[in-house]
Design a protein around this ligand. Sequence first.
Ligand code: MV4
Length: 449
Amino acid sequence: MFQKILIANRGEIAVRIIRACREMGIQTVAVYSEADREALHTQLADEAVCIGPAPAADSYLDMERILSATIAAKAEAIHPGFGFLSENSKFAGMCEKCGITFIGPSSKVIASMGNKAEARRTMESAGVPVVPGTKDPVYTTEDGKIQADRIGYPVMIKASAGGGGKGMRAAETPAEFEENFRLAQLEAKRAFGDDTMYIEKYVKNPRHIEFQILADRFGHVIQLGERDCSIQRNHQKILEESPSPALSQELREKMGATAVRAAQAAGYESAGTIEFLLDKNDSFYFMEMNTRIQVEHPVTEMVSEIDLIKEQISIAAGLSLTIRQEDVTLRGHALECRVNAENPAQHFVPCPGRLGEVHLPGGCGVRIDTAVYSGYEIPPYYDSMIAKVIVRGNTRAEAIDKMKSTLGELILEGVTTNVDFLYEILNDNKFEKGEFTTAFIEERFQCQD
Ligand code: MV4
């Protein structure tokens, strides 16, 4: 096992990783920006290294500085968490060259799943269902138009280098195609320096269902059930749950087996997620594979009682998975609410600032993943998510009630948060019935901008 790991992240996920390392007897090195001197991860780690100024580009995204800190501290591995460098194949490759273990899949697998058109091809070849669409890259409006006519409208225009909804635009009719293709391609060129596009049939108001995977280097691949992440706004998830209220046991098993096949086709190692769209007829399609630990991983931990960060670290250390598929038992129902320092009344504008009194709830089946404390100043440079409230109940109804009670006990003085907005979701009739799609927030609140 590793003796020392550097955590190339901040906030609640850095704290989460420090805790897992401590339980495993692994020493931890935090890295922090000048804005994070007082941050909890900086204080909780065994060692802490300042890696630069507040803007992420000069600190948490600075690959050389992070590698230097790793070598100087004599850490053997880097845990990238999510966001920042977690899906950066160049960084993973640099770690490989330096003899540092990147806790995640190989740089090659990150690159091949990061190219969404290539991932789509890999999955299609492995018999994993994909949305009808293009096989070859599309570079021009003219070619795109021919492909869209063949697929049939409406279509979705996507950037190969995109993902998570970036560089993506729908075209409902041929008349809309040219402009939307040009806009999506321009966005892709600007954001990724890559204007390779692909086109798919548009799936109307799908549900977002993702399966948690664990895979070791010996070819063992298991799945830990699904998370329903349909409650989102502008591709930012707000509330996640497991199991999905939309799946029958039969469909769950079919999708789970497909997710395992998808991970095998990718040659995957580490914790990862297979994202599917599910349409109203219960047809499901591979969308993307996320090669990182995800924000919403605690939802799976609550129903599986498996510590995904510990498993991810063990796998990276070269250990064989000790959990077999038949050992995985998913019990009860878990919900996660993302608490953001933002103002829903002002287009969800971020509201950083100094917290006053903070009270974090507790109780049976209640988990709070956060890095804030009374008097902590939320810096304006990073994500506005300040806490994840996760609950587990024996039933979905119990989990919803528990979430309401828990949010009711949460005190975060000094900043505006989305907690009241979360209540509105939890109190919604359609949500309570489990009848929602990715269009839920837009339809219910008319707040997509
Ligand atoms: C789609 C789609 C409809 N049809 N692809 C957005 C994120 C990315 N992972 C895939 N996304 C979508 N791809 C086709 N062919 C609708 C979405 C989509 C979506 C997907 C998951 C969760 C929320 C979403 C919100 C809007 C659109």
